[in-house]
Design a protein around this ligand. Structure first.
Ligand code: KG4
Ligand code: ZN
Length: 344
């Protein structure tokens, strides 16, 4: 019988539940974003996030099951994000997953959030072939990874300081844009002039695949200080920031393509929703005979559909546990997954 999993995501500020069937595909995905709740504080407040997950998850679970026309008896397992993320937020999803699974005698799969992002393009009509290269760019991570298969991840390079999404968010804040700044800054950049501001592209002069984005804040704060900070100047600065981040990501990806010989590239994580990055990658890879694969825009940012994909593949492999111990890890290196992991 085809496997069917229920998946729960609650690692940061999105509460989400999805149902995925091995044969019929994604049956439902319900999501509540807490963005409005955190906006007044300019960033995610962990305690508020946990409390809101508590309020939202159960109704979302009911909604996801109803929309999937699925009863608990039809499920083969329950997946939940076990880390990395805000530990209080993770605990809410983990406790719900364990409690629900225990009451129904179902196995639980503790999913790595980044593995979810990496596998999200498998939900699309043309999934990426293995092996491929992945550019994982989110609010917390910037990584280039060689992906040979499920749980076969070689980290080729990552950021030494700020993540790409963090760089978008922090510079957007300097321009007075609301949280989360990435999409707002991208919107302003559309009306900005290329070359009006040229911001540093660190680490490009050195070999290797490491990133560093923390210097961007200083350069942008200097540019933003000059008055008047009118719309035109703001748009031009936004364009300069986006060009600096995207250009850096493209040039390092080009290096990784050269180094590995892999021309199929997955881009995922919140910054993967950025149109300039997507089109830049498409052009880069076309000229090398490859192509870019990305999740649909709504599955670039956090969601439970991607957790369901990882959960289903791991369940299929025989993983999952009936243990009641709750798994939640604030820190969890992706490469830990490369070891055989039969106890979730
Ligand atoms: O993957 P995600 O939802 O959460 C993490 O796991 O971090 O990524 C959120 C990040 C935020 O920093 C947000 O500003 C950024 O993705 N982001 C964007 C865009 N959409 C979301 N950055 C640039 N351009 C966008 N269109
Ligand atoms: Zn994420």
């Amino acid at each position: 019988m085809a496997l069917r999993v229920l998946a729960i995501e609650s690692s940061c500020d999105e509460s989400a539940v999805a149902v995925l069937d091995e044969e019929r595909g994604l049956l439902s995905h319900a999501l509540f974003s807490q963005i409005e709740l955190h906006r007044a504080y300019g960033g995610v407040v962990p305690e508020l996030a946990s409390r809101d997950h508590l309020r939202r998850l159960l109704p979302l679970l009911r909604q996801a099951l109803a929309e999937a026309d699925t009863t608990p008896e039809q499920l083969s397992g329950v997946a939940h994000t076990a880390g990395p993320g805000l530990v209080g937020a993770l605990l809410t999803g983990a406790a719900l997953a364990r409690g629900f699974a225990f009451s129904r005698g179902l196995p639980v799969i503790a999913v790595h959030h980044l593995e979810g992002h990496l596998l999200a393009p498998l939900l699309e009509d043309e999934p990426p072939p293995f092996p491929h290269l992945a550019l994982l760019v989110s609010g917390g991570h910037t990584m280039l990874i060689r992906v040979a298969g499920l749980g076969e991840y070689e980290l080729l390079g990552e950021t030494r300081d700020d993540a790409a999404g963090e760089a978008f968010d922090k510079t957007a804040k300097l321009l007075g844009l609301p949280y989360p700044g990435g999409p707002e800054l991208a919107r302003l950049a559309r009306d900005g002039r290329a070359g009006a501001f040229v911001f540093p592209r660190p680490m490009l002069d050195r070999p290797g695949l490491e990133f560093s984005f923390s210097g961007l804040k200083t350069a942008v704060s200097l540019a933003a200080r000059a008055q008047p900070l009118d719309d035109r100047r703001r748009n031009d600065i936004a364009r300069g920031v986006q060009d600096a981040i995207v250009d850096t990501l493209l040039r390092k990806t080009a290096r990784a393509v050269e180094a590995t010989g892999l021309v199929d590239v997955v881009v995922s994580g919140g910054v993967g929703a950025n149109l300039a990055l997507r089109t830049g990658l498409a052009t880069l890879l076309r000229s090398r005979g490859g192509r870019v694969y990305h999740p649909r825009i709504e599955f670039c940012t956090d969601n439970a559909a991607m957790i369901a994909v990882a959960g289903l593949l791991r369940l299929k492999r025989g993983e999952g546990s009936f243990d009641l111990a709750i798994t939640a890890r604030a820190q969890w290196p992706l490469t830990d997954l490369n070891q055989d992991r039969h106890t979730a």
